[in-house]
Ligand binder design. Structure first.
Ligand SMILES: Cc1ncc(COP(=O)(O)O)c(C=O)c1O
Length: 394
């Protein structure tokens, strides 16, 4: 088949959004083949959110160092910027040709076909779409606690029940307890690895076995926004399970290691059937601009830039963790570009004090503790952060 015709057809299919199509969504659209009877079910579910997040308005010019959104201070790469600018002149056209080129590169990297990929303007877009479509007819979502909330907010708004399962004492997903939490109403299991807001990673072998087994009963969504920054990098990805034919979704983003958060580009891979189902209802790649696509292609090729980012982030993270430990704080071991640690100050007051010193960080409350999460910026920014912490907390 002519790849151009094929890509055009895929593009048109991705664009086929209609209310008529929505009404055809069957219960649990990524449904398991057979009904799953849990081997034990002895949990009590909290109906409210166990995770409280504190935000401060950083839109004004008060924050000098933005360490509150896990961004990469070094991106985009010079090559990505060049490609972005060069593509601006084609802004009068839809970008399906170049999108298809990018999907081809991703397919090769992940060992899947382009039919197993869905693109989106950031991976949040894809998390939200899967959350929306999975819970059209209610059901429950089993996740770690605490976890990244995008998917949870949408799932709950659609009528889904959230079943958070507390992480283990060493901040890994409690895979046994998560499996126990699955019942016949479970539509999705959602795992962020490495996790946000804890930054911790779950053992890759144990997670692989869990996904391999559980996805034969319920779809498992693994959010790998930070995987490139982890110790073993994408060697720990669950993507091979998609190639193996399991009912697993894996999402990735250009917002972190590629330093392209503002250019909005992400993707998810999943079974051909699931990607086809979701693409029939919602648009995926149509939300991404042509210049962002070209920047992503250039960035994927710029491996020296990506390695340099990982190296600089790792050094600045080591500096930050050493400072925290030396000053009596207890940071959770992080395999991401952020670090979280308990604080003994009311979170709002803490954020206001840090902001008044020009430092933007995030504060959370979970497990009956208050926490500060700081994203890893440049070494200079981390020195400003540690100075501010000394003044505010010590
Ligand atoms: C775990 C996780 N998943 C997904 C996202 C969304 O990233 P984006 O929409 O920029 O791809 C983030 C952003 O911080 C995240 O921490």
């Amino acid at each position: 088949m002519n790849p151009e015709n094929q890509s055009r057809r895929a593009w048109l299919r991705n664009s086929a959004f209609s209310l008529g199509a929505l009404s055809l969504v069957p219960t649990g659209i990524f449904a398991r083949e057979q009904k799953y009877v849990p081997h034990s079910f002895n949990f009590k579910w909290s109906s409210g959110s166990p995770l409280k997040e504190y935000l401060i308005d950083d839109k004004k010019d008060v924050v000098v160092s933005r360490l509150n959104a896990n961004e990469n201070p070094y991106g985009p790469s010079a090559k990505a910027l060049q490609a972005f600018q060069a593509e601006m002149k084609t802004g009068n056209r839809y970008s399906w040709r170049t999108l298809y080129d990018l999907m081809g590169m991703i397919a090769e990297k992940e060992g899947v076909t382009t039919k197993q990929i869905m693109m989106g303007p950031g991976s949040s877009d894809l998390l939200e779409k899967v959350g929306m479509l999975s819970f059209v007819h209610s059901g429950n979502i089993v996740t770690g606690d605490p976890c990244y909330m995008s998917m949870i907010h949408v799932s709950k708004a659609m009528g889904g029940e959230w079943r958070p399962v507390r992480l283990t004492a060493d901040f890994q997903h409690d895979l046994k307890a998560m499996e126990d939490a699955i019942d016949s109403e479970t539509k999705l299991v959602y795992i962020t690895n490495p996790n946000n807001p804890t930054g911790s990673a779950t053992d890759a072998k144990a997670l692989y076995d869990f996904c391999d087994r559980v996805s034969q009963k319920v779809p498992v969504f693994v959010d790998e926004a930070y995987i490139e920054l982890s110790k073993n990098g994408i060697a720990d990805s669950m993507a091979p399970l998609v190639a193996k034919g399991r009912n697993v979704f894996v999402s990735r983003t250009f917002s972190k290691i590629h330093g392209m958060a503002g250019l909005r580009i992400g993707y998810m891979i999943g079974s051909e059937k699931s990607i086809e189902t979701i693409s029939e209802i919602t648009r995926g790649g149509m939300g991404i601009t042509g210049p962002s696509i070209m920047a992503a292609i250039a960035s994927m090729k710029d491996t020296a830039f990506l390695e340099d980012c990982k190296d600089k982030i790792s050094k600045a993270k080591d500096y930050t963790v050493d400072y925290l430990k030396a000053n009596g704080f207890d940071p959770i071991p992080s395999e991401t570009n952020f670090v979280i640690f308990p604080i003994e100050m009311e979170p709002k007051k803490f954020l206001e004090s840090m902001t008044s010193k020009g430092i933007g960080v995030r504060a959370f409350n979970y497990w009956d503790k208050d926490w500060c999460r700081v994203s890893i910026g440049t070494m200079d920014e981390m020195k400003k952060f540690t100075n501010a912490i000394t003044e505010v907390l010590l």
